[in-house]
Design a protein around this ligand. Sequence first.
Ligand SMILES: [Zn+2]
Length: 254
Amino acid sequence: MKQHTPVLDELVEMSLRLAEPERELLILGEGNTSARVDEASFYVKASGAKLCESKPESFAQVKIEPLLELLEGPELDDEQIKEALSAACVEPGVMRPSTETVFHAMLLSHEQVRFVGHTHPVAVNSILCSSRWRELFSARLFPDEIVVCGHEYVLVDYTDPGLPLAKAVWQGVADFVERNGGPPRTILIQNHGLIASGETPAMVDNITAMLDKTARIILGACAVGELHGLSEENVRRITTRPDELYRQKGLDER
Ligand SMILES: [Zn+2]
C-alpha cells in the first residue's frame, strides 16, 4: 500500500477534478499531472494510468536531477528514454512514469511551481489544430484572462511527444524567464494541448478553466467577426493595478 502524503492526496484530487467528463479537458489516458515533494523529487502520473481513475498508486515518485540532465544530453531512442525514466524512479521497477515526465521535472525545478497539469481541452485544441493558432493565442482578450493565466503565454510548435517536446518547452520557458523573471503559468503546444503550472492545485485548475473559457471566447468571437485583442497598454495596466494584484493573491482559492 502506497504511503499517503498531503501533497499526493492534493495531486490525486486535482487530477480527478481535471478529468471530470463534463469539463471536456481530456478523455481515456490523455493528460498528465505532477506535484513537487521536495527539492529532490516529485510525483508524476504513471504511464498508462487514467486521470479519471486517479489514486495514490497512479503516481510514480521520481528524482528531478537525472531528468534535468536529459534535457542537456543527446537525443535518445524510445528504449533509451524508457530506461532513463525508470532509472529516475525513487522506487525502481514499481511503475514507469509518463513519457512526458521530463517537462514536468523542468517546470517543477522552478521555485514558484509546485503543481503542473497537462490537458487536451476540446476548445483549446480546436484552435491549436488550426492554421491561425499562433495569431489567435498571441493577443490577450479580457482582464480575468490576464489575472489568472498571465499576460504572456509560451507558444510551442508541434514536436514529437517525450524528450523532443520537453526540450522545445524548456527553450520556450527559458526565453520567457529571461523576459519576465519567473516561469510562465500557461504553455500551449501546437496540435497537442495545454500545460498549466502554479504554486497550488487550485491555481492549476483555475488556469486550465480560464484558458478553456478563453478558447471558447476566441471561437465565438471568430464566428461573429475579427478577434479584437487588448492593447499592450491595457494589458500592462491590468498587470499593475492594485485591485488586480489583490485578486491575483486570491488565485489559489476555489
Ligand atoms: Zn499531451
